[in-house]
Write a protein that binds this ligand. Structure first.
Ligand code: ADP
Length: 565
């Protein structure tokens, strides 16, 4: 039997799993249950268009069974199943983007890496010394058995299985002085874990439990009769099955939302904000959205896929519906459940669906207003959010040529020379002295560098505040949104700062004329490196400074120059 090697990255991840660096190993169960539930969803969805499958939603279930003697825990589902190729592809690699390389040197960061990847199937190796997956795919004649004891590799062989679905058998690790793996054979522990992490799963999660009951009192029992007990097994459904987004918000604890989020969207930290929305009218839907507490490791890369899970009357029809989110809110995770959508709508049709567009527009407004609320009511959290995703909002504003500036401008934050804190544009304007005409900004690598700019000095000296533009995209944003609340943006490096009075301007002009020869000589010495040398009315302590003419500032020129092509 040939032993197959895992892809290099899977190996690394498994190494981490097996050595249990991840502290919360309980979650292996919810990961396996989620996979089983997804598989049931997929099979049900398929059955809607393929009547030959012949199942109803009530037929689908997940069963968990511990076996103390064999030291196994088995999780069975009758979902879509996996072909031999699926097993190879899904369980032979975990590399989602080839980014596992980063940070593996640093042990304390390992938790982050695992969390970032979504622990998934591999988490089984946190508690199991051997994992066997027996699966038969919908429509396949044969079943296949995948087996692995960890990093060494896995085998795939043909197997017997009558029904469509997947069975995962974990042989638990041996207990040690400090670790008790046997707890996962205890039906009470299992029932609690299911309740805690997987209660909302829409398919029943069952387990045979041993129970005890009083035997019926015999007819002829005397006065000294003592009740007798007997044990029996009963198939119990462990989860309540009501999807969390269908439950009234008042009944759901923050903790439940957090667990749901972490489980469903494979994050290891709590969301920063939970947004629930129930709307009836032009678009009827329930939405449960989350603003993540951390920037996903691949967020600012091409690999990152935006989108919300889409349900039609409780049935998942798409895992990531990109059309529901504009790019600038691409960080939002969550789901939308609507009764207005047809179950067997195709992806192509969905794109043109009027209902979907209405939902998207309504969600966009909702997200904005929730973010504004956060900004007003919990500034600290908002700033955390801003540090993680602010750049995306700015890109959004820039790349839509300012079309969304009205929507996004209130959400923007910039560092300001006022107390060196993040400030909204509205706050900036609120602090403007009466005679200040423009919103001043200065570009540079850091606040310190900007403070050293001779150009900035004069503006600050006037008692005006400066916004620090430290990110490449910042100044581009002002080109797309040249005014905010009727105030124009003005770079401290621009030709006209609007600080000089007409007389002062005249005076500068005169002096320029008088010293024509001197400036001519300097220009000649510098040659092509500058276009012009002239007198400036804006310097205080520095002897000279560089400025740009026209729309493109020195900073923008630098950014544009660094762009490929
Ligand atoms: P993820 O769930 O994030 O995709 P996993 O490592 O948990 O990652 O699973 C990898 C893939 O294996 C799943 O996407 C799914 O296609 C397949 N899979 C896992 N468990 C099952 C199952 N019980 N039934 C069918 N397919 C499964």
């Amino acid at each position: 039997m040939a032993m197959h090697q895992f892809k290099a990255e899977s190996k690394k991840l498994m190494d981490l799993m097996i050595n249990s660096i991840y502290t919360n190993r309980d979650i292996f169960l919810r990961e396996l249950i989620s996979n089983a539930s997804d598989a049931c969803d997929k099979r049900y969805f398929k059955s809607l268009t393929d009547t030959s499958i012949g199942i109803t939603k009530d037929d689908l279930k997940i069963h968990i069974q511990p076996d103390k003697e064999a030291r196994t825990l088995t999780i069975t589902d009758n979902g879509i199943g996996m072909t031999k190729e699926d097993l190879e592809k899904n369980l032979g690699t975990i590399a989602k983007s080839g980014s596992l390389d980063f940070k593996t040197e640093n042990q304390s960061d390992n938790i982050d890496i695992i969390g970032q990847f979504g622990v998934g199937f591999y988490s089984a190796f946190m508690v199991a010394q051997k994992v066997t997956v027996i699966s038969r795919a919908q429509g396949a004649d044969t079943a296949w058995k995948w087996e692995s004891k960890g990093v060494e590799g896995y085998t795939i062989t043909e197997a017997d299985k009558d029904d469509v679905g997947t069975e995962i058998i974990l042989v638990l690790k041996d207990d040690t002085d400090s670790e008790n793996y046997s707890e996962y054979l205890d039906d009470y522990t299992i029932a609690n874990l299911v309740k805690k992490y997987s209660d909302y799963i829409r398919f029943p999660i069952t387990m045979y439990r041993e129970k005890s009951r009083q035997k019926p009192k015999p007819e002829d029992a005397g006065d000294d009769y003592k009740p007798e007990y007997e044990t029996y097994t009963e198939l119990e459904t462990l989860n309540s099955m009501v999807p969390i987004w269908k439950r009234p918000k008042s009944e759901v604890k923050d903790e439940d939302y957090n667990e749901f989020y972490k489980n469903k969207f494979m994050d290891y930290s709590d969301p920063l904000r939970v947004i629930t929305s129930r709307t009836e009218g032009t678009a009827t839907y329930t939405a449960l959205l989350f603003v993540p507490g951390r920037t996903p490791y691949d967020y600012y890369t091409k690999e990152y896929e935006k989108g919300l899970a889409l349900y039609a009357s409780g049935v998942m029809i798409m895992e990531k519906c990109a059309d529901l989110l504009p790019d600038y809110f691409s960080f939002v995770k969550g789901l939308v459940d609507s009764e207005d959508l047809s179950l067997n709508i195709s992806r192509e049709m969905l794109q043109h669906d009027r209902q979907l567009k209405l939902i998207a527009t309504s969600l966009e407004k909702k997200i904005k207003s929730e973010l504004l609320k956060l900004q007003k009511n919990d500034r600290e959290k908002y700033e955390t959010f801003w540090k993680g995703f602010g750049r995306q909002l700015k890109y959004g504003l820039y790349s839509s040529f300012g079309a969304n500036s009205e929507l996004l401008s209130d959400l923007l934050l910039f560092y300001s020379s006022h107390e060196k804190k993040l400030s909204t544009l509205e706050e900036y304007i609120g602090r403007m002295p009466e005679d200040q005409k423009y919103i001043y900004y200065a570009c540079g690598d850091s606040l310190e560098r900007i403070d050293q700019l001779p150009q900035a000095e004069l503006v600050k000296d006037k008692g005006y505040e400066i916004l620090y533009f430290t990110e490449d995209v910042d100044e581009f944003v002002t080109k797309m949104m040249p005014v905010y609340q009727e105030k124009e943006f003005r770079s401290v490096s621009s030709n006209d700062l609007g600080l000089e009075s007409e007389e002062e301007k005249e005076e500068t002009k005169k002096q320029q004329e008088q010293n024509k020869d001197l400036f001519g000589a300097i220009k000649e010495a510098l040659g092509e490196r500058v276009t012009e040398v002239r007198l400036s009315g804006r310097l205080k302590n520095a002897a000279c400074c560089l400025t740009a003419k026209g729309q493109v500032s020195l900073e923008m020129e630098r950014v544009l120059g660094a762009m490929p092509g």
